[in-house]
Design a protein around this ligand. Structure first.
Ligand code: SAH
Length: 451
């Protein structure tokens, strides 16, 4: 029988710290065509990979339906012959629904493999210095879910880790006492484990049940006598959390700092009517101009999604700027008719065409910030230009802003970084140390934030 093609990797991304990705996962993520990622996977982690990125964050209210849709999405991409990474927070087989995904793929005859990840319990344990087992204190450990509350289990284990406890952290403590756990049992709730904004709520079950805990997701609860008294002073808590805007040229080191890069310029797909409508009449364009590396992959994805392929571009001349864009286009089986080295492409087009380049229908796939000068210059020559947004680049509403309350220092490497930062943050809290690369940057900072 002929294989349906495609290949799927189900990958655990680890609990948050991007360096907790395995070497195998990193290699594979560099190789795949598409990455379908969860809301627990940080933008910072995936921005380094060139694959097409599709966010599959689930909404609480429609859990089941959404998982079906994700299963179908994985299979749909695989059936197009692509190599697909299904990237999940932590480990795929620890409350990760990886089991359901492989069952679906088996049913559909799709080949796959699984790459484990560091589960949140292990991340939280290491970054808060809570050993999960310890000689003479704890000889067994269990992973449980804290949700739904009515069904909570209390297994006979010395250390118990409860996942999914955020919104009901004090109620979970209450439920555990009701099930027979002593009020004096030590407990630690770890929120955002292994991330710059890791936060710990520690005490006894009796204490936590009465506290109005403002715990946000993701958080887990660890129960056991091996919770150290120095939990608030862990090696990770002690590291300075530095937000770097721009390039610090190695000034800050992971040995001494937790480095948070700003902004996260993740590139991801957008699904909109305009893209679909444009693909329907793709044959009408006489020229397609690619000036953006990422736009190539997203453009071809949209083309294939619409049931078409490169043959539908047969009547258009294909122009690119830059070797990297050109190579990316070749990867999709299309050799550009014209390839320029950036510079003034409109002028170059006029020259090579001889006839001056006018009266054409030009399609310009790109991101939100489409090259206005190119659009204007082409329009001035009486061409009909369609800028088409095929992907988004940079922060958008689904990305979280950095929580400045968890930051100790901010570094700005250039005045433009200060300016950009100002467009997202009105103010910088007084207790944050601000360091600037040079005098100009310092002046810009004073003007915009301390003026
Ligand atoms: N497959 C994941 C778990 C997914 S279920 C894993 O192996 O870690 C989602 C739950 O995981 C969250 O509700 C929370 O309890 C836990 N979790 C995931 N990442 C976490 C983090 N960085 N800090 C604390 N808890 C986390």
């Amino acid at each position: 029988m002929k294989r349906s093609g495609g290949y799927v990797y189900i990958i655990g991304a680890g609990p948050g710290d991007p360096e907790l990705l395995t070497i195998k996962a990193e290699r594979v993520l560099h190789e795949v065509d598409v990455i379908l990622y969860d809301n627990l996977v940080s933008s910072e982690l995936i921005e380094q990979f060139d694959a097409l990125k599709i966010y599959t964050g689930k909404r609480k209210d429609r859990h089941h339906f959404e998982q079906d849709a994700i299963n179908e999405e994985i299979v749909r991409h695989a059936r197009q012959g692509k190599t697909v990474a299904r990237l999940k927070g932590g480990d795929p087989f620890v409350f990760g629904r990886g089991g359901e995904e492989i069952a679906y793929m088996r049913k559909k005859g799709i080949e796959y493999e699984i790459i484990p990840g560091i589960t949140a319990a292990h991340g939280a344990s290491a970054y808060t210095e809570i050993p999960l087992t310890m000689r003479n204190i704890s000889s067994s450990v269990a992973f449980c879910t804290g949700h739904p509350l009515e069904k909570i289990h209390v297994p006979d284990a010395d250390t118990i880790v409860y996942y999914m406890v955020a919104s009901a952290a004090s109620d979970v403590s209450k439920a555990l006492i009701d099930k027979g756990k002593a009020e004096t049992t030590k407990v630690a709730i770890v929120q955002n484990a292994t991330r710059y904004n890791q936060k710990i709520f520690a005490g006894t079950l009796g204490e936590l049940k009465n506290r109005d805990l403002q715990v946000v997701s993701p958080a887990l609860l660890i129960l056991g006598e091996n919770i150290n008294e120095f939990i608030a002073d862990s090696w990770y808590a002690k590291k300075k959390k530095v937000l770097i805007a721009g390039d610090d040229s190695g000034r800050y080191t992971p040995r001494h700092h937790v480095i948070v890069r700003y902004p996260f310029t993740v590139v991801k797909s957008i699904d909109n009517k305009e893209v679909r409508r444009c693909m329907e009449k793709i044959g009408d364009y006489s020229c397609v101009l690619f000036t953006d590396f990422h736009a190539v992959g997203y453009f071809f994805n949209a083309l294939v999604e619409s049931g078409r392929d490169a043959r539908h571009l047969a009547n258009a001349s294909i122009c690119v700027t830059g070797k990297k864009v050109s190579a990316e286009l070749l990867r999709h089986g299309v050799k550009p008719d014209y390839s320029f080295d950036a510079g003034n492409i409109v002028e170059e087009l006029r020259t090579v065409r001889g006839d001056g380049f006018s009266g054409e229908d030009v399609l310009l796939p790109g991101s939100g910030s489409i090259d206005d000068p190119v659009v204007n210059a082409l329009t001035a020559l009486h061409n009909r230009v369609t800028p088409l947004q095929v992907h988004v680049q940079g922060l958008d509403s689904s990305d979280e802003l950095i929580d400045l309350d968890c930051i100790d220092e901010i570094y700005f490497s250039a005045p433009s970084c200060v300016e950009n930062f100002k467009s997202f943050y009105e103010a910088i809290p007084e207790n944050i140390t601000v360091t600037t690369a040079d005098r100009e940057t310092g002046m810009e900072y004073k003007k915009l934030f301390r003026g």
